[in-house]
Ligand binder design. Structure first.
Ligand code: FE
Length: 210
């Protein structure tokens, strides 16, 4: 993002390099003049990055866990199905849902930059944009998963999806054992951001063993 050449690939958002610089320049001026507090800005960014954003995706996943009709809709037109819950817009125009099964675990990367489904996941975490994640997710997905503390059964295949400006992916993690009696709100609380990128699993309900 800091190297302008980095963004000159055919990936649909070459404006981000310049935009990034403009935002930084604006932030410095506002901070110098005492109009904004950098700590408050960080808190705001954290809110979008880790709270509001991924909560949207978690609602999508919870609906998929309880509603087979919604799953069918996700398969045929994920963009429309997700928009029906109110999540649409920039960086989410062309969505594809990829469902984990006991046989297949899905993991998402953008090897070229940082394409990410903003309407459902918010802003990408720093590691998602890092060069090591972008290269290793493809070469050594199991190694990356291990670093995230995820160990899959040997027979589970790992499938890696490379996001582009044209297509953004949302992983539908496996519904955890012991969650049978939970309603949609309680289910959504089990869905972490990382489980929707594929670098994590959904949380086990408290009291359940897995
Ligand atoms: Fe990208």
């Amino acid at each position: 993002m800091t190297d302008p050449k980095r963004d000159q690939h055919d990936h649909g958002h070459s404006e981000l390099g310049e935009m990034d610089l403009r935002v930084r320049a604006l932030e410095s001026v506002l901070t110098q003049k005492g109009y904004v507090d950098p700590a408050a800005l960080d808190a705001l960014i954290d809110t979008y990055q880790t709270r509001i954003g991924p909560r949207n995706g978690a609602r999508v996943v919870a609906r998929a866990w309880v509603d087979a009709g919604f799953v069918a809709w996700l398969r045929s037109d994920a963009t429309a199905a997700i928009a029906s819950l109110g999540y649409s817009g920039r960086q989410g125009e062309h969505m594809q849902a990829v469902e984990n099964t006991p046989d297949t675990h899905n993991m998402v990367v953008c090897t070229l930059c940082s394409c990410y489904p903003w309407p459902v996941l918010g802003l990408p975490p720093t590691w998602y944009k890092s060069a090591p994640y972008r290269s290793r997710a493809v070469r050594d997905p199991r190694g990356v998963l291990a670093e995230f503390g995820v160990e899959l059964p040997q027979q589970t295949q790992v499938r890696v999806w490379d996001s582009t400006a044209e297509l953004r992916y949302l992983v539908i993690p496996l519904r955890p054992a012991g969650s049978e009696g939970l309603d949609e709100v309680a289910l959504a609380a089990l869905v972490t951001r990382d489980s929707m990128i594929g670098t994590g699993l959904a949380l086990a309900p408290s009291g359940a063993t897995r």
